[in-house]
Design a protein around this ligand. Structure first.
Ligand SMILES: Cc1cc2nc3c(=O)[nH]c(=O)nc-3n(C[C@H](O)[C@H](O)[C@H](O)COP(=O)(O)OP(=O)(O)OC[C@H]3O[C@@H](n4cnc5c(N)ncnc54)[C@H](O)[C@@H]3O)c2cc1C
Length: 419
């Protein structure tokens, strides 16, 4: 395994860092003022996007761009270096059009859409002319078992008619979201004995189709997702042409897996960057404050928290790089195990690191003056979203190979001779 970045990867990482330093970080206070405090879009985002695009920093999370599609064509490993930099600010990816959930939706369309569907749905996303969401989770069923998904997609002549309710559709409440990638059951017409993983399909639904209703915006842990506001959506007798089906009827699970591999790994890459920022915040804050006659940084406990955070961050980062490296070489099938490993390891690491950072900061750590609450709620989200920890741990356990020996027969076990 070799995680050394290629010359191309290093060049793009350096360009991303330079853009971050020159154009993104200096606007962060302004972004918070407009978006978080006043609840309005950042007026400078179009200008930043134009600047990024002019420098080639565009669609950097899409390794499989076609020749005529705009972007850098970085490998997953190369993207990891850039994503780590951008992960330090919640809103930075949007300036380079590599924000979730649009990137995994674009990857899905690249892999599963026909040319006409690509023209209709993918092209506007590649140009950042619109935004999208992925609607799988439903309020009425345990959605971590995706075979429970029950929204009906019934064929009627040349249309599909959709009835159901989705929630936690990240991005759906964004004012510019025009497209919903929806998973539902096309199996109503099929025999109930059909394999439970072959009953679902994915269709593209325009946000303004009659019968689609954004019921409300959902806040996670009391906070608004400012980059991709989360929605609950009702679908009542919504009609879309059969041409909106991605792949074939029954392909829903296969398509969702293509989407989920990169979606999970990109979140991990961003969280690695955020965890690095948490360590810097601990170091800076503890070096500035004195308690009981000593600088806070001089306390063993604080030094230990910083050091433990670094150990955990480096472990998680190596695992993330391994996962990106495998995705490049063997695609999502080859990286399946590592995607689950990293999906569990990274958010748990970030949660611990952010928790320590809040403690080192004192009360200010929990306010929205500092970014620690964002890191904590991002980590907490990622322990549930895209499959809860428990589901991934179960998968990881299933991939374990038991040894060929029994305990009694094992040469590793040595009972005393008279035992
Ligand atoms: C902020 C946020 C954003 C999200 N964005 C999206 C989105 O864009 N699109 C979308 O479709 N969904 C999204 N989700 C939904 C997310 O993917 C689901 O919440 C997740 O799959 C769990 O489904 P559930 O909430 O129905 O929990 P349930 O399925 O009811 O599970 C509840 C709990 O049961 C336990 N459990 C489940 N299975 C097992 C098992 N096999 N072994 C042991 N314990 C188990 C786990 O502890 C789990 O957390 C988002 C969620 C959050 C929090």
């Amino acid at each position: 395994m070799d995680f050394e970045l290629s010359a191309n990867g290093r060049a793009w990482r350096d360009r991303t860092q330079a853009f971050f330093d020159a154009h993104l970080l200096p606007r962060n206070r302004e972004w918070i003022e407009h978006v978080v405090r006043r609840g309005e879009p950042a007026p400078f985002m179009p200008e930043l996007q134009a600047k990024a695009r002019a420098q080639g920093l565009w669609n950097i999370g899409l390794p499989e761009l076609a020749a005529d599609e705009p972007g850098t064509r970085l490998s997953n490993l190369e993207y990891a270096g850039c994503c780590e930099i951008l992960g330090r600010l919640a809103w930075a990816p949007e300036a380079l059009n590599c924000q979730a959930p649009d990137v995994p939706n674009m990857i899905t369309l690249q892999n599963c859409a026909n040319p006409e569907q690509k023209r209709q749905w993918l092209a506007p996303l590649l140009e950042a002319r619109t935004r999208s969401c992925f609607a799988m989770t439903e309020p009425d069923v345990a959605s971590s078992d995706a075979t429970n998904i029950a929204t009906a997609i019934e064929r009627q002549g040349g249309d599909y008619v959709i009835n159901g309710r989705k929630w936690f559709s990240t991005g759906a409440a964004h004012p510019r979201c025009t497209q919903i990638m929806l998973m539902g059951v096309t199996g109503k017409a099929l025999d109930k004995s059909t394999d439970r993983t072959r009953r679902h399909s994915i269709v593209m639904v325009p946000m303004d189709a009659p019968g689609v209703r954004l019921v409300r915006e959902i806040r996670w842990m009391g906070n608004r997702d400012h980059v991709a506001p989360i929605g609950e959506i009702e679908f009542k007798d919504v009609r879309v042409p059969v041409g909106n089906l991605l792949g074939k009827e029954g392909d829903g699970f296969k398509i969702a897996q293509i989407r989920l591999g990169p979606a999970r790994v990109h979140h991990c890459m961003r969280q690695i960057g955020l965890a690095g920022l948490m360590i810097e915040l601990m170091l800076a804050r503890a070096a500035e404050r004195k308690a009981f006659g000593r600088m806070v940084i001089e306390y063993d406990t604080v030094q230990r928290w910083v050091a433990e955070s670094r150990v955990e961050l480096e472990q998680a980062k190596l695992l993330t790089l391994k996962c990106a490296w495998l995705l490049d070489r063997q695609g999502h099938h080859g990286a399946w195990r590592e995607v689950s490993l990293v999906k569990v390891a990274v958010p748990n690491m970030l949660q611990r690191v952010a928790d320590r950072a809040i403690q080192v900061f004192g009360a200010m750590g929990g306010t929205d003056d500092a970014p620690i609450h964002y890191a904590l709620s991002y980590a907490r989200l990622m322990r549930i979203g895209d499959g809860p920890d428990e589901v991934h741990l179960r998968q990881i356990f299933k991939m374990e190979t038991p040894p060929a020996w029994t305990i009694d027969g094992s040469p590793y076990i040595a009972y005393p001779a008279d035992g």
